[in-house]
Design a protein around this ligand. Structure first.
Ligand code: C2E
Ligand code: MG
Ligand code: MG
Length: 414
């Protein structure tokens, strides 16, 4: 902790002094103190940014919310702790306000803050830094490449030409049950582009879709994921369940279910190794024809997951229309759940609903031990997130599995 730079903004001079002493007692000596927003802003302007800002909310004149906006605008704190004696709902709202501006929030705490709680949050910060987690929201649009830029391949080559499909590679992110068993992996596409390097889906998926190439991309991902699963079956004697993201437009095809089942037969794999993750679109019509196909896939043993449940068109209405077997709770509802009563209510409600509907639940975007423990207290969903592992190449995944499953198939989580 010795090297942390911390700013404390607190207008009550006694509480300011107590917090300062608490920080010193846990070996944090680089502390800037301020009893007003103006003083805090001036101090940061003179001395430069800090690792962590601890901000009180209620103050006369400019208040904690002004400070949060300032920190977000000028990027002068790597992370934030909100402190207040106010209602929990206001604390939760302020936490949402900070996160929505891209601030990495370590926690929002009621006064008086205990030395233990403070110490735990500083440890969370060091843990996040060690894991390389940044304060960028999960689905913030990363730089989108245009179709023209993506077409800059070898001279005379365009996307969709033979050979270019091989540049779409699969990364895999493990999903782990609460007992620590590897429950499967999600295949996530990356483009190993000859000019732009390794690209993530946010940078190219829309362009690929508008070029009419989302179907070949999806079949390639299915092919790669099932190749991996059958390799694990051959080498380790056990099936590795794989999840693949499927655009809604594809399940509207009459022959979709038949093609999936034929693919499984070709790989010699049981249908229950495959989960199809569907991010719903408002355009998807729950037509009888594709309901029949999806039912057939379910009857054969495939799993069907509603991805990013609770956002956009991935809603309860859709859940009632299609034969889903799994519900994926997105990172938006989970990040900071340890400090946000409203998020934990939403997730607890979804877990109860899923249990009553006999759906399995995967919670995505679990980044910290704090959020992991909060989820553990709510129920025991399957977990996916940087706290367990980041998406990785096939080679790295196989090493990861080897390393983590030395003890009877158990993956060490913490
Ligand atoms: P998704 O299917 O909901 O996938 C989860 C995304 O969350 C992945 O981003 C993953 O890297 C990220 N993630 C997982 N754990 C954490 C965490 O703890 N913290 C943070 N900050 N992020 C985490 P990715 O790989 O960039 O994919 C983004 C989206 O792109 C996916 O969301 C999915 O909708 C789409 N996508 C990815 N691969 C494919 C694909 O092969 N086909 C199609 N159609 N869509 C894909
Ligand atoms: Mg997914
Ligand atoms: Mg998702």
């Amino acid at each position: 902790m010795r090297l942390l730079n911390v700013l404390v903004l607190e207008d009550n001079s006694f509480e300011l002094m107590v917090l300062h002493k608490m920080l010193n007692a846990i070996q944090v000596f680089n502390v800037l103190t301020a009893d007003s927003v103006e003083v805090a802003q001036q101090a940061l302007a003179n001395r430069g940014g800090v690792d962590i800002a601890i901000c009180d909310l209620q103050m006369d004149g400019p208040d904690g919310l002004d400070m949060i906006r300032f920190l977000a605008k000028y990027r002068l704190a790597r992370a934030l702790i909100i402190l207040s004696g106010t209602d929990q709902s206001i604390l939760d709202g302020a936490a949402h306000f900070a996160r929505s501006q891209g601030i990495l929030l370590l926690g929002s705490l009621r006064k008086p803050m205990s030395p233990d709680a403070l110490c735990q949050l500083l440890e969370t910060y060091q843990d996040l830094v060690a894991r390389g987690v940044q304060s960028v929201p999960l689905k913030q649009a990363s730089q989108q490449f245009s179709l023209e830029e993506l077409h800059q391949l070898a001279p005379g080559q365009r996307i969709g030409d033979t050979g270019t499909f091989a540049q779409w590679v699969a990364y895999y992110q493990p999903k782990v049950s609460f007992e620590g068993r590897l429950a499967g992996v999600e295949a996530l596409v990356r483009w190993q582009h000859p000019i732009h390097g390794l690209m993530s889906p946010g940078q190219f998926l829309d362009a690929v879709d508008s070029a009419g190439l989302i179907e070949p991309l999806t079949w390639r991902m299915l092919d790669l994921a099932l190749t991996l699963s059958s390799r694990v079956l051959r080498e380790r004697g056990e099936c590795l369940p794989v999840s693949v993201n499927i655009p809604p437009s594809m399940i509207e095809r009459d022959d979709f279910a038949r093609q999936i089942l034929a693919l499984l037969v070709r790989f010699g794999l049981p249908a229950n190794v495959l989960t199809l993750e569907i991010v719903e679109s408002p355009l998807l019509q729950a037509k009888t024809a594709h309901l029949e196909g999806l039912l057939r896939l379910r009857m054969q043993g495939c799993h069907l997951s509603i991805d990013d449940f609770g956002t956009g068109a991935s809603n309860i209405q859709r859940l009632l229309q299609l034969p889903f077997s799994e519900l994926k709770i997105p990172a938006e509802f989970v990040r900071g759940i340890g400090d946000d009563g409203r998020k934990s209510s939403v997730v607890a409600g979804a877990l109860i609903m899923a249990q009553k509907m006999a759906l399995s639940v995967v919670v995505e975007g679990v980044e910290t031990a704090r959020d992991y423990r909060a989820l553990q207290a709510l129920g025991e969903p399957t977990i996916q997130g940087y706290f367990i592992a980041r998406p990785m190449s096939e080679v790295d995944l196989l090493c990861w599995i080897e390393e983590r499953t030395k003890f009877g198939g158990i993956v060490r989580v913490v």
